[in-house]
Write a new protein. Structure first.
Length: 376
């Protein structure tokens, strides 16, 4: 094991962007995803940069020092300048760049970086602390062999993620192909199509009651799916149970956070409830299918049509009264049901792809652990 600073150099020589060609590529933290994928980039000119930046080349590894727990660690395929919240690391002659990036992306190293960051609201990792991190240093050919194995495994994960993204796009494409411009269909108020009820704040004493039952919060509701990894429980009294218990095919809609974000509940958890900041919508089954309504809500939210029904004095909210007034297109029910059948088939493909990705993630984590402990 050697200190990173002995085999690589964190280069922090500042450059004045006003002295550069306006077409010089610029990377900010917003251009680097968790895991290191670079999503677009700006230029010195379009970003109107005036303050000092760091330069980088295709020989560098870029390490996001602000909020290092995000794991924004990239291999740029071009040269340019970056935010000073990104540290350009140039490997020395005895350190392979690809090996270095995989070492830095390990969850254990990201966790170490997060624990060593300073600053309560905007934690940053000091370059000197980063240079003190220890790295195993086998011979260069072995480093390259390890990096190639991890690159190949990671490429499989990337393909699965791409498949999932394509399936998500396919669902939206099917919606557009089947329903086109929604204004061609009869328009009803949301409150005439669905019976709605906004969740309520529950007494804190119920958190320690004897009869704990699971409930969903705003954070559990994502577009078209539920994140059930962190479901809380509370003791609901008889009145609350009657009002707030979910039934299969209920639609849960976010009141705040990202107003309108919604998903169809299918009874994934037995006897589950919901709390404040969520609307429960129960469609009139003679008029509408919840899957169609969920995708229409996505369309309204992403086309800007929902904005007139969202209040935003300080934080954006979709109030119960505004939701009831929201105009909904209501095509013939058989057409909505056909759409739901197609979505179910796509979701089955998506579930299989997600299982495959989960398996690949486990494999990659195992390879990472073995790679840097001399077992690969």
């Amino acid at each position: 094991m050697v200190a990173l600073g002995e085999v690589a150099h964190v280069e922090r020589a500042g450059v004045d962007p006003r002295a550069l060609d306006p077409d010089t590529p610029y990377l900010g933290l917003e251009h680097i995803e968790r895991g290191g994928r670079i999503v677009g980039c700006g230029t010195v000119g379009t970003a109107e940069l005036t303050s000092t930046k760091f330069s980088f080349t295709t020989e560098h590894v870029l390490f996001g020092k602000l909020r290092p727990y995000l794991g924004k660690i990239a291999r740029p395929p071009f040269s340019g300048v970056c935010s000073t919240d990104i540290l350009p690391i140039r490997p020395g002659e005895g350190l392979d760049r690809n090996y270095l990036v995989h070492y830095l992306r390990q969850p254990t190293v990201i966790g170490l970086a997060a624990s060593q960051a300073t600053g309560a609201n905007l934690p940053r990792l000091s370059p000197r602390v980063l240079e003190a991190f220890e790295i195993p240093l086998p011979p260069l050919p072995e480093q390259r062999r390890i990096a190639a194995i991890l690159d190949n495994a990671d490429a499989l994960r990337t393909k699965r993620r791409h498949t999932l993204a394509l399936l998500d796009d396919l669902t939206k494409s099917v919606f557009h192909d089947m329903f086109g411009e929604l204004t061609q269909w009869p328009i009803h108020k949301f409150g005439d199509v669905c019976e709605t009820r906004l969740g309520k704040m529950l007494d804190a004493k119920q958190q320690t009651g004897e009869h704990q039952r699971p409930y969903l919060r705003n954070a559990n509701v994502q577009w078209f799916r539920f994140d059930l990894d962190d479901v809380l429980s509370m003791d609901f009294d008889a009145k609350s149970r009657a009002l707030l218990q979910l039934q299969p095919w209920d639609l849960l809609i976010c009141e705040g956070g990202e107003p309108g974000r919604c998903a169809v509940w299918r009874g994934q958890i037995a006897e589950c409830y919901y709390q404040k900041a969520l609307h429960r919508a129960r469609p009139n089954t003679r008029l509408a299918h919840p899957e169609f309504i969920a995708h229409q809500m996505w369309h309204l939210a992403h086309s800007g049509a929902l904005s007139d029904y969202v209040t935003s004095a300080t934080i954006a909210h979709l109030t119960g009264e505004k939701l009831k007034q929201l105009p909904l297109a209501v095509p013939p029910l058989p057409l909505q049901k056909e759409f739901a059948t197609r979505v179910a088939a796509i979701n089955a493909e998506r579930t299989a792809a997600q299982r495959s990705l989960d398996t690949l993630d486990e494999l990659f984590a195992s390879l990472q652990s073995r790679a840097f402990s001399g077992q690969l």
